[in-house]
Design a protein around this ligand. Structure first.
Ligand code: COA
Length: 147
């Protein structure tokens, strides 16, 4: 069983360190601080008292955007991402959110598998959206799920 609790600003540096061990495309502490400033929902995900990841959702009227979801490396591929998404969708639907959007790198196969399994569909591709010096540019896929 997982549990969501509001993320504390004092935890930002620890979370970002854990995220950096998880993905090369980690958020920065500034990204998380900006989410707090924008009054996004920033939640820690815990299982049996352990912090296993976090998510950030921005609500706008009856829509929401999943700005980030992370399951830290030691806890991946054990169903926690799916469980988090299932619970999050239920909570958003319960507070009258009708559509959930997100953006994902086209190469992020595991995230794509998670999102497709959870009922998201690709609405639009932003061609070559991610450009990193000396690396091949990459598309961003915009996905939507009706709640
Ligand atoms: C994307 C992420 C949140 C998924 O979390 P997770 O807990 O590993 O996901 P789950 O264990 O619930 O697996 C979900 C699906 O992903 C796929 N998957 C998971 N681990 C996989 C692996 N090692 N290899 C291939 N597919 C895998 C499977 O399709 C799985 O569904 P199934 O178990 O029914 O087969 C996690 O990998 C992560 O934090 N990645 C780094 C951050 C990131 O990229 N976030 C998304 C930003 S858009």
């Amino acid at each position: 069983m997982i549990h969501f609790s509001p993320l504390k600003r004092s935890a930002i540096d620890t979370l970002i360190r854990l995220e950096r061990d998880t993905t090369p495309y980690s958020w920065t502490a500034q990204n998380l601080k900006n989410s707090f400033e924008a009054s996004a929902d920033c939640y820690l995900v815990q299982s049996e008292g352990e912090s296993i990841g976090y998510y950030v959702v921005q609500r706008v009227l009856d829509e929401a955007e999943l700005l980030n979801i992370v399951v830290f490396k030691p806890f991946q591929s054990q169903g926690f991402g799916s469980e988090t998404m299932r619970k999050l969708k239920l909570e958003l639907a319960g507070s009258r959110i009708k559509k959930l959007f997100l953006e994902v790198r086209a190469s992020n196969e595991i995230a794509m598998a998670l999102y497709e399994k959870m009922g998201f569909e690709v609405m639009h591709a932003r061609r070559n959206y991610y450009r990193v010096e000396k690396q091949k540019a990459e598309d961003a896929l915009i996905m939507r799920c009706y709640l």
